[in-house]
Design a protein around this ligand. Structure first.
Ligand code: UDP
Length: 328
């Protein structure tokens, strides 16, 4: 396949590019480098600097590339993803995440590109009251980030219906870890996710960390989440793109592991390497006690199962941070 990866210089996008290239596909990356970096783009991928919200920029790049050979599929990773920031700056989130998707779809329609693989999120489900999330469950986001992803999902569905296109929407659970090459990983200031924060604390990059809440109705009182290795998640995109290209169908699939681990489980796993200094604080607003994906549908349809465990996620995150953050 020839695949256009929009947002391919970012954390998840760069891993998708690595997996596409390992599977011998041709890759063109479009990224505005707002959070991504050039050095995260695989040397075999062609990088264009471009902004998804600017139609002229996308058109120009599509015109150059599609004149050589049209894209078989487009993958979209170019979203703003920080929940508290989305509450503070909803207009920026709607502009980038929703208007960006609209411009991308319009460009795809203009160039007759038929297949879109879209990064969505468990945040579309909202405040989940049950343990295992199924794709058919009602969606009721509780923050602008989740709302922009749900709005984009719906836009994609209507557009695909109108213009005879296919989509593969993936709803991610808790993505973490780094590619085993240690060339790429989550390299961002102001990290908010539990695994990089715990690893940075263990490595002495942060003095200590706070566990948000220890009175949730779970076995050890801390929240349970479904952690998935970024390389497993990225590989699902290769399978998803191939599936919709070959079968001309559309899919919405959760990507998780069917397994849950508590915040204290994560800390214990990191402590196999280095001690972690933490204290308990109050629970974070809007955090459900337990969020686990049913990934049965992804397994049945794509034959996808996550191959890496929580231990692999933590090991690669530690090695990545040792290589990139401790060397200075
Ligand atoms: N968490 C924590 N301390 C931190 C960051 C996160 O205790 O410094 C908890 C958070 O409250 C949640 C879990 O870790 O229960 C996973 O949070 P994260 O932000 O990684 O992902 P989310 O599930 O919110 O998308």
């Amino acid at each position: 396949m020839k695949v256009c990866v929009i947002g391919g210089a970012g954390y998840i996008g760069s891993h998708a590019v690595y997996e596409l290239i390992r599977a011998k596909h041709e890759v063109v990356v479009i990224d505005n480098l707002s959070t991504g970096t050039k050095d995260a783009v695989h040397e075999k991928a062609k990088l264009y600097l471009g902004d998804i919200t600017k139609k002229e920029e996308l058109h120009e790049i599509f015109a150059i590339e599609c004149a050589k050979k049209p894209f078989d599929a487009v993958m979209h990773f170019a979203a703003k993803i920080v929940v508290p920031e989305s509450v503070e700056k909803p207009l920026e989130y709607y502009h980038n995440n929703v208007e960006g998707v609209r411009v991308m779809l319009e460009t795809m329609r203009d160039f007759k590109i038929k297949n879109i693989v879209f990064s969505s999120t468990a945040a579309v489900y909202g405040d989940v009251k049950k343990d295992l999330c199924l794709e058919e469950d009602p969606c009721a986001p509780i923050n602008p980030y989740g709302e922009t992803k749900l709005a984009s999902e719906k836009m994609i569905q209507w557009v695909c219906k109108a213009y005879d296109m296919n989509y593969c929407i993936f709803r991610y659970f808790n993505v973490a870890g780094a590619d085993e090459s240690l060339e790429i990983g989550l390299k961002r200031d102001n990290l908010t996710h539990i695994i990089p924060i715990t690893v940075q604390t263990a490595l002495g990059i942060r003095p200590s960390m706070i566990v948000f809440g220890n009175d949730y109705p779970t076995e050890d009182g801390t929240c349970i989440r479904d952690y998935i290795h970024v390389a497993d998640l990225a590989y699902a995109h290769v399978l998803g793109a191939k599936y919709i290209c070959d079968n001309h169908v559309s899919l919405t699939l959760n990507l998780g592991s069917n397994n849950g681990f508590s915040v204290l489980d994560v800390i214990k796993e990191v402590e196999k390497y280095h001690p972690v200094k933490y204290t308990f604080g109050p629970g974070r607003a809007g955090d459900p006690a337990k969020l686990i994906a049913s990934s049965t549908k992804a397994k049945e349809i794509l034959g996808w199962i996550p191959r890496r465990s929580l231990a692999d996620i933590i090991k690669t995150d530690i090695e990545f941070r040792k290589k990139h953050e401790l060397k200075k």
